[in-house]
Design a protein around this ligand. Structure first.
Ligand code: NAD
Length: 298
């Protein structure tokens, strides 16, 4: 199937980036959100994003003008999807919201339209039936700062057709992504299946008082040649995300170690607004964190 018109539903942190990246690569994009006020906010964020494309990708004025020409806005779902070959959903990470969105979308989108969810933690099978077209639905998961961290994890559910999957892989390539196909459903995709246990192992070492932040990072960096260690990664991801993940795990398992981790993160970081790189301090102080010091690995 040939994708030309793409509707991006949700213009928040990820949605507006997906819309801009798609328009930048020559597709006609309609940005849809719950009302015009939110859409106006997205429009104003596109100017800042255009500067980032200039700075990071050497994008020229012609490319950026074309990108803006390719973008349209609509807060009426029926109108926003009436010509869509593909709808990429980037609405909040809440099963009930996604479920009701897809129920509505199922009745309004043309039969040809493929649907893809950008959900990070929910599986496509959880709302495939609500789409009314499970064969034409899969996950297409981007990373934050999509124009630099250009990965796209593509994951179907048991009923996704091969044609849909292959079309989404081709589309992702066409918008400049490195495609990472998954052959079956996996909570956390590939990246978080690796990263969450890794970061959790690092915090366990700290909370169990086995070792300290810098020693743990240093061990990983020297032993594997990685440029940063787990606590530096946590600062980049943001400590709020780590806190939320640990809190969910603590509630689910009642594991005393997880409960202790939640308390530790709250007391030392969340309550002090030390949330990582974004606030200038987390496990390290920025802009010159200790792990970048030339003597750190000695
Ligand atoms: P966000 O809260 O920043 O933005 C969500 C947007 O959706 C808002 O603009 C909101 O007005 C809009 N919205 C709410 N209900 C809607 C509806 N019914 N129809 C249309 N729009 C609606 O969220 P986000 O961080 O961009 O996350 C969106 C999705 O992307 C989530 O599924 C999340 O898991 C996924 N994701 C996020 C990141 C990240 O780093 N933030 C990374 C990868 C994937």
């Amino acid at each position: 199937m040939n994708i030309k018109n793409v509707t991006v539903a949700g213009s928040g942190v990820l949605g507006y980036q997906i819309a801009f990246q798609t328009a930048f690569h020559g597709f006609k994009v309609t940005v849809y959100d719950i009302n015009d006020e939110v859409l106006e906010k997205a429009k104003s964020k596109f100017d800042t994003l255009a500067n980032a494309y200039k700075r990071d990708l050497n994008a020229n004025d012609e490319q950026l003008n074309n990108t803006f020409q390719n973008l349209q806005y609509n807060s009426n779902l029926a109108e926003a999807v009436k010509n869509a070959d593909l709808v990429i959903e980037a609405i909040p990470e809440n099963l009930a919201s996604k479920f009701s969105f897809y129920k509505q979308l199922a009745n309004l989108a043309p039969e040809k339209t493929l649907f893809a969810t950008n959900s990070s933690t929910l599986l496509p099978s959880m709302f495939a039936q609500a789409t009314g077209r499970p064969k034409k639905f899969c996950a297409l998961h981007f990373a934050n700062t999509i124009w630099i961290n250009n990965t796209a994890e593509i994951m179907g559910h048991s009923e996704t057709s091969k044609e849909t999957f292959d079309t989404i892989v081709d589309f992702a390539k066409a918008i400049g992504m490195v495609t990472l196909p998954l052959h079956k459903e996996q909570p956390g995709y590939i990246l978080n299946s690796l990263l969450v246990p890794f970061l959790s192992a690092a915090t366990n070492l700290l909370i169990n008082e086995v070792s300290d932040i810098e020693t743990i990072d240093k061990t990983w960096m020297i032993a594997t040649g990685a440029p940063i260690g787990p606590f530096a990664i946590l600062d980049i991801v943001g400590i709020t995300t780590a806190y939320n993940i640990n809190q969910m795990a603590a509630q689910k398992t009642n594991d005393p170690l997880k409960i202790k981790t939640v308390e530790y993160l709250k007391q030392h970081f969340i309550d002090q607004n030390k949330l990582g790189v974004a606030t200038g301090e987390g496990f390290y102080k920025y802009p010159n964190p200790a792990y970048k010091d030339k003597d750190f690995l000695k």
